[in-house]
Design a protein around this ligand. Structure first.
Ligand SMILES: Cc1cc2nc3c(=O)[nH]c(=O)nc-3n(C[C@H](O)[C@H](O)[C@H](O)COP(=O)(O)OP(=O)(O)OC[C@H]3O[C@@H](n4cnc5c(N)ncnc54)[C@H](O)[C@@H]3O)c2cc1C
Length: 447
């Protein structure tokens, strides 16, 4: 009997799951496994909200697997040790998983692969988490792109991978199920969670996509930059944990574009966002130094002022700049922030408060339900002017004009900062025009 283990990581779904589909197609039985990795759970930048959301996604996955005839095995411990025992207990001949592009995951997966082969277990890994992998979209000379526009042109010209059907499990007699721990709660893992989670799991992700595709997607280009309109998909926590595949979102955009030719600008704009997602994954893959340093090394020596008092005010949403404060309060209370506002608060932290982008990057990682090293790092370095953008350090948003432009009636601001027009609201903690000049001088010294 050919038994395979499918190792779930950021692919918590049964439909359009490339490795799982391959495992089920090629094996007599598949044992699905999820390992709680202490290295990830004890990292200083882990987001308790994201852990809690992941647990709810796992709860739903466990049910869906049971309904499809299988059993999800939970383990908790050092990945190599757990994998060694699971492979042995299951009598596995093959290990399947979908590839991950973060430096820690890459090193871990190489070690697991070596271990499995030493046990006589074959290993098959698949592209799944992206539409195009880092090595697929390259310049003519084989080097990676560091700028988005030419990358996106090539990305768009390439044939797109197909969507795989949902799987069913078979468990022939004689199959040995490895022992499983009960699914822990976030509290049992040591986290206290203070945000209300959105609906979790594969069904919730599909429902959200369905709702979005039939209404907001059709006006996405016009509305996506206005935070009060709530007009974006809110799929980011799902795409992060893989309750939905990027291919499925891409196909939904394509289909909507075919049915509503007048909405092409909108569907195209959503595809652009999916390209940004792949783009930052390939940046992290080809330039892994970005995880701890500037994409452009000349900016590593920038003399940030790093004033802890200003940082605390920014974290708490008490800077005296209403759009910045609304964004930070949205983040603190919901675990999510609108993209336009992410750019505004990130630029404010770096270019108005002169605080290193790495402080903000860590705070976002600790708070976001969609916390994702590649996209977060990319977004922060873009905003700080240390990243992949072609010419950006001298682009400095004025937080007040951004509010006038993108929240003209103050609806978003008042949702999160109800006291914005009262005396209880703090005065601006810095003067934007002065800080802007300081930032320009800071960068000019390094350019
Ligand atoms: C400073 C900063 C930090 C960020 N940190 C993260 C993060 O940790 N995790 C994360 O998923 N996104 C991050 N983003 C990107 C973006 O803000 C979010 O993906 C988006 O706001 C999620 O909302 P949505 O699902 O409604 O997006 P939609 O507008 O509906 O877009 C659809 C999907 O495309 C992807 N996407 C959209 N915009 C981007 C982008 N600029 N870069 C990469 N992917 C994108 C997301 O997966 C998103 O779910 C960050 C952006 C900035 C400026």
């Amino acid at each position: 009997m050919k038994v395979a283990v499918h190792w779930f990581r950021c692919d918590l779904r049964l439909s359009d799951n490339t490795a799982l589909h391959a495992a089920v197609t090629a094996s007599d039985a598949v044992v699905p496994v999820f390992i709680f990795d202490p290295k990830i759970l004890t990292a200083p930048d882990v987001s308790p909200g994201q852990v809690a959301f992941m647990i709810e996604c796992l709860r739903s996955l466990e049910k869906n697997i049971a309904t499809a005839g299988g059993r999800l095995i939970f383990r908790h411990g050092p990945v190599l040790e757990e994998m060694r025992t699971v492979l042995r207990e299951a009598g596995a001949k093959v290990l399947y998983y979908n590839r991950d592009y973060e430096p820690y995951a890459r090193a871990r997966d190489i070690a697991v692969e070596k271990l499995a082969r030493s046990l006589g277990v074959e290993v098959h890994s698949y592209k799944d988490n992206v539409i195009h992998e880092p090595h697929e979209v390259l310049k003519a000379d084989g080097s990676p792109y560091g700028v988005f526009t030419p990358y996106s042109r090539v990305w768009r010209s390439m044939a797109k991978p197909a969507v795989a059907p949902a799987v069913k499990f078979s468990h022939p007699t004689g199959l040995k199920w490895p022992p499983s721990l009960p699914l822990p709660s976030a509290r049992e893992l040591g986290f206290s969670v203070d945000v209300t989670l959105p609906p979790a799991g594969e069904r919730a992700a599909r429902d959200r996509l369905g709702e979005f595709a039939s209404v907001d997607l059709l006006q996405y280009a016009k509305n996506r930059d206005f935070p009060a309109r709530d007009a974006t998909s809110r799929l980011s926590p799902h795409l992060r944990l893989g309750t939905l595949s990027p291919r499925t979102v891409f196909k939904a955009a394509e289909k909507a574009g075919l049915h509503h030719p007048d909405a092409l600008a909108s569907t195209d704009s959503l595809v652009s966002e999916l390209i940004w997602r792949d783009f930052y994954r390939q940046i992290l893959w080809h330039f892994p130094h970005v995880a701890g340093a500037c994409f452009r090394p000349q900016y590593d020596a920038l003399a940030w002022e790093n004033d802890e008092r200003l940082f605390a005010a920014w974290c708490a949403g008490r800077t005296g700049y209403p759009l910045v404060d609304a964004g930070m309060r949205q983040l603190n209370t919901t675990g999510w922030m609108h993209n336009r506002v992410r750019m505004v608060v990130a630029m404010f932290l770096t270019k108005d408060l002169l605080i290193s982008w790495q402080w903000g990057e860590r705070y976002f990682m600790q708070k976001l339900l969609d916390a994702d090293l590649a996209s977060n790092n990319g977004g922060w370095q873009w905003s700080a002017g240390t990243g992949t953008d072609a010419q950006p350090w001298f682009r400095i948003f004025n937080p007040s004009s951004q509010a006038q432009k993108f929240d003209p009636e103050g609806l978003y601001i008042h949702r999160y900062v109800p006291e914005a027009d009262t005396l209880a609201y703090p005065a601006p903690i810095v003067d934007h025009s002065r800080q802007r000049l300081k930032t320009l001088a800071l960068f000019r010294n390094r350019t």
